[in-house]
Design a protein around this ligand. Structure first.
Ligand SMILES: Cc1cc2nc3c(=O)[nH]c(=O)nc-3n(C[C@H](O)[C@H](O)[C@H](O)COP(=O)(O)O)c2cc1C
Length: 333
């Protein structure tokens, strides 16, 4: 109810500004004694399970936060109060970088979608590691999504991902190699089998503690490239995240064709489910299903298609902060 009252005000702000205001409020709540408990109470009863054991980790429920919402890990103390069963922060790049010029995040409310070309705005791995080290570990498993600085040539990508991983390694429960953002020129070419094998090998060489490393794929890969990437993951990763945003514009008005960036939210539903089903047919690796999840029914559909866990970002923007518990309660029932 509170969000229905607040969202018209938030939606009047530029989308990134609204995100900053919400993040600021969450950060404030994290500092105030009783803030997390208040947020927990305001967003309704949490789900009692369904607990999951995946990647050698215990998840209190299978509904997680997708990468991109908390890029620098500033909100990991407070976000579990929304009912998330796990969090994924990032993408984090090795060096700090500002990302693309603003505006770079747009709402498409009539399609319950977003278009973003953030371009990996990141405080950089060292700053994120320092922040995570200075705070208690969150109450739920923490994933760290690894990105790549703009302008790093393909030959240097394996070393860059491995260094980013090494700096953050002790702070995450699992890691995601993100080679599927549409907003860093050349990045998605790293999904080709040869490049991918080199990146995953370099990260695993730095992975003394044997933390689970997942590969996040784009929904726009040709069938044979999708299959080839999964074949590489079979031998050098512990799981998949399916999928990132799409460069396609199905399900949104024509005028969005001219706006560069990745499309997320409701228009991604069918494609994301189809890709999970296809991935499940190719591998037994754990799959995190993401893309267009707004309801318990959406989440159940992804789990039935073969996902072990699910995540959302855009659904939170349109559904509000109570949506996570609503989905988890629906799954528990
Ligand atoms: C504003 C925004 C920023 C994002 N940033 C990242 C990112 O840094 N790394 C990443 O792997 N995915 C990123 N994503 C993609 C999401 O993690 C997710 O894969 C995608 O949005 C589909 O899920 P959804 O429909 O629930 O939003 C971002 C998405 C949005 C909307």
């Amino acid at each position: 109810m509170l969000y229905s009252a607040l969202s018209p005000l938030l939606f009047r702000l530029d989308a990134e500004r609204a995100h900053e205001e919400v993040s600021g409020l969450l950060a404030l709540l994290a500092c105030v004694p009783g803030g997390a408990a208040a947020l927990n109470a305001l967003t309704g009863p949490g789900a009692n399970g369904p607990e999951k054991e995946v990647l050698g980790l215990r998840f209190p429920n299978p509904v997680g936060l997708a990468a991109g919402f908390d890029k620098d890990g500033g909100l990991v103390a407070i976000l579990p109060a929304l009912g998330f069963g796990f969090l994924e922060i990032g993408s984090v790049t090795l060096e700090p970088q500002p990302g693309n010029p603003k505006p770079r995040l747009f709402r498409v409310p009539e399609s319950r979608a977003l278009v973003n070309r953030m371009g990996f705005n990141s405080e950089g791995a060292r700053a994120v590691a320092r922040r995570l080290a200075s705070r208690p570990k969150p109450a739920v498993p923490l994933g760290i999504n690894l990105g790549l600085n703009k302008g790093v040539e393909a030959a240097k990508a394996p070393a860059a991902y491995a260094r980013t991983f090494r700096i953050l390694a002790e702070h995450g429960d699992y890691f995601v190699v993100n080679v599927s953002s549409p907003n860093t020129p050349g990045l998605r070419d790293l999904q080709k089998a040869g490049e991918l094998a080199a990146i995953l090998a370099a990260v695993q060489e730095a992975n003394a503690a044997k933390k689970p490393v997942l590969l996040k794929l784009a929904p726009d890969l040709a069938d044979e490239d999708f299959a080839a990437a999964i074949e590489v993951a079979e031998t050098s990763a512990q799981g998949l995240v399916v999928s990132n945003t799409t460069v396609g514009r199905d399900g949104v008005d024509e005028r969005w064709r001219g706006e560069a960036g990745g499309l997320s939210g409701a228009p991604l539903k069918a494609r994301a489910t189809e890709l999970i089903r296809r991935a499940r047919g190719l591998t037994k690796l754990p799959i995190v299903g993401v893309g267009g999840i707004e309801t318990a029914e959406d989440a159940r559909e992804r789990l039935s298609a073969g996902a072990d866990l699910v995540q959302l970002y855009t659904g939170l923007v349109y559904g509000g902060p109570a949506v996570v518990k609503r989905i988890a309660r629906g799954l528990a029932a």
